[in-house]
Design a protein around this ligand. Sequence first.
Ligand code: AP5
Ligand code: MG
Length: 212
Amino acid sequence: MKLIFLGPPGAGKGTLSALAKERLGIPHISTGDLFRAAIKQGTPLGRQVQEIVTSGGLVPDELTTAIVREKLESPEAAAGFILDGFPRTVPQAEALETFCRIDHVVSFELGREELMNRLGGRMVCKNCGAVYHRFNRPPTVEGVCDLCGGQVVVRPDDEPAAVARRLDLYQEQTAPLIAFYDQRGLLRRLDAAPAPEEVLETLIRMLEHLEG
Ligand code: AP5
Ligand code: MG
């Protein structure tokens, strides 16, 4: 199954991807995770995007699309995937249509106040990228990742000025994709407010119903 998870920063796309990829047996492809890994490793790509990602801006469409295309055309994505964080602009969505057919676009719906709560408390593993929340989902041992033992830290783009920029860019550039995919009959709305395990069950039931 070829899925897009669409939604504002902090809606839980990464958290749900980590749960849903196990249930659905398909890989999770997150452009944000790819950029953060490149930055951490200091690759040429990482050096190119570091300032943009840290300040909450958007990486240029052509560069992002080329990276995604390579991933989607690799054997590991042949049976399907969850695409998280891409497309994020209308030009990216138009480019994607030229090389891939998507089955469902899952739109994560959540109010602004809860988005701010989630972004304000988010912590991530510096090593493997696992996502936590200071209050909702803390690691068992403070500051230590449950999965790999790595250090759990605040993401640099969760600092208030970068969060404000990301939310503005979402409204301007990404929110128009809701209508874009609705017009194509691919949009599936998901209430992202309940706890992650509950959102997962709703998602799985919805996909079973659609595929049934
Ligand atoms: P990216 O990593 O995609 O960031 P984002 O879209 O801003 O989304 P987030 O990762 O912030 O939120 P999320 O929905 O995954 O929420 P999460 O699960 O973590 O992109 C980062 C940057 O990379 C961009 O700003 C840009 O610079 C660049 N980039 C990436 N893709 C690009 C593209 N296509 N084009 C151009 N540039 C691109 O959850 C948030 C918090 O809430 C966590 O603490 C979590 O524990 C908690 N939580 C999650 N679900 C629940 C729940 N159900 N109940 C309670 N708490 C919850
Ligand atoms: Mg994410």
